[in-house]
Write a protein that binds this ligand. Structure first.
Ligand SMILES: [Zn+2]
Length: 94
Protein backbone atom coordinates (compact mmCIF):
# COMPACT_ATOMS: atom_id res chain seq x y z
CA UNK A 1 0.00 0.00 0.00
CA UNK A 2 1.46 3.35 -0.99
CA UNK A 3 1.65 6.22 1.45
CA UNK A 4 0.22 9.59 0.63
CA UNK A 5 -0.06 12.87 2.46
CA UNK A 6 -3.06 15.18 2.56
CA UNK A 7 -2.08 18.80 2.05
CA UNK A 8 -4.63 21.54 2.50
CA UNK A 9 -4.72 23.83 -0.54
CA UNK A 10 -4.92 27.58 -0.28
CA UNK A 11 -7.87 29.49 -1.75
CA UNK A 12 -5.56 30.51 -4.61
CA UNK A 13 -5.47 26.88 -5.70
CA UNK A 14 -9.27 26.58 -5.90
CA UNK A 15 -10.39 25.19 -9.25
CA UNK A 16 -12.03 27.40 -11.84
CA UNK A 17 -15.85 27.04 -11.82
CA UNK A 18 -15.82 25.12 -15.09
CA UNK A 19 -13.28 22.67 -13.66
CA UNK A 20 -15.24 22.34 -10.43
CA UNK A 21 -18.44 21.33 -12.21
CA UNK A 22 -16.97 19.15 -14.96
CA UNK A 23 -16.95 16.03 -12.82
CA UNK A 24 -20.36 16.66 -11.22
CA UNK A 25 -21.99 14.80 -9.61
CA UNK A 26 -18.80 13.15 -8.33
CA UNK A 27 -18.21 13.58 -4.61
CA UNK A 28 -21.84 14.43 -3.79
CA UNK A 29 -24.38 12.78 -1.54
CA UNK A 30 -27.21 10.90 -3.23
CA UNK A 31 -29.68 13.75 -2.60
CA UNK A 32 -27.23 16.31 -4.00
CA UNK A 33 -26.56 14.08 -7.00
CA UNK A 34 -30.27 13.84 -7.80
CA UNK A 35 -30.65 17.62 -7.48
CA UNK A 36 -27.56 18.24 -9.61
CA UNK A 37 -28.72 15.86 -12.35
CA UNK A 38 -32.02 17.72 -12.59
CA UNK A 39 -30.03 20.85 -13.49
CA UNK A 40 -27.86 19.11 -16.09
CA UNK A 41 -28.53 18.64 -19.79
CA UNK A 42 -28.97 15.12 -21.17
CA UNK A 43 -25.43 15.24 -22.61
CA UNK A 44 -24.05 16.23 -19.21
CA UNK A 45 -25.93 13.41 -17.46
CA UNK A 46 -24.67 10.86 -19.98
CA UNK A 47 -21.06 12.08 -20.13
CA UNK A 48 -19.53 9.27 -18.07
CA UNK A 49 -21.38 6.52 -19.96
CA UNK A 50 -20.50 8.19 -23.28
CA UNK A 51 -16.86 8.57 -22.20
CA UNK A 52 -16.74 4.87 -21.32
CA UNK A 53 -18.28 3.93 -24.67
CA UNK A 54 -15.72 6.02 -26.57
CA UNK A 55 -12.57 5.50 -24.52
CA UNK A 56 -13.12 2.57 -22.19
CA UNK A 57 -12.46 2.67 -18.48
CA UNK A 58 -10.78 5.80 -17.09
CA UNK A 59 -8.29 3.67 -15.18
CA UNK A 60 -7.61 0.53 -17.23
CA UNK A 61 -9.02 1.56 -20.63
CA UNK A 62 -10.90 -1.72 -21.07
CA UNK A 63 -14.04 -1.73 -23.16
CA UNK A 64 -14.71 -5.39 -22.43
CA UNK A 65 -16.25 -4.93 -18.98
CA UNK A 66 -19.51 -3.37 -17.86
CA UNK A 67 -19.57 0.33 -17.07
CA UNK A 68 -19.64 0.57 -13.27
CA UNK A 69 -20.17 4.34 -13.08
CA UNK A 70 -18.23 7.62 -13.37
CA UNK A 71 -16.37 6.32 -16.43
CA UNK A 72 -14.90 3.28 -14.65
CA UNK A 73 -15.43 -0.42 -15.36
CA UNK A 74 -16.98 -2.38 -12.47
CA UNK A 75 -13.58 -3.53 -11.16
CA UNK A 76 -11.98 -0.10 -11.26
CA UNK A 77 -15.11 1.54 -9.85
CA UNK A 78 -14.76 -0.67 -6.76
CA UNK A 79 -11.06 0.29 -6.56
CA UNK A 80 -11.93 3.98 -6.98
CA UNK A 81 -14.60 3.84 -4.28
CA UNK A 82 -12.15 2.24 -1.86
CA UNK A 83 -9.47 4.83 -2.65
CA UNK A 84 -11.93 7.69 -2.17
CA UNK A 85 -13.03 6.32 1.18
CA UNK A 86 -9.38 5.96 2.17
CA UNK A 87 -8.69 9.57 1.17
CA UNK A 88 -11.73 10.82 3.08
CA UNK A 89 -10.68 8.91 6.18
CA UNK A 90 -7.19 10.44 5.89
CA UNK A 91 -8.70 13.92 5.63
CA UNK A 92 -11.00 13.25 8.57
CA UNK A 93 -8.09 12.05 10.69
CA UNK A 94 -5.75 14.90 9.62
ZN1 LIG B 1 -11.18 -0.47 -15.40
Amino acid sequence: MSEFKIVKASQDAAPKPSDATLLEPWFRSRAETVATKKLQTYAERQKFADFFELNGCVRCATKNKTHGGQGFCVSCHAWFSNQLQRAMRARKDA
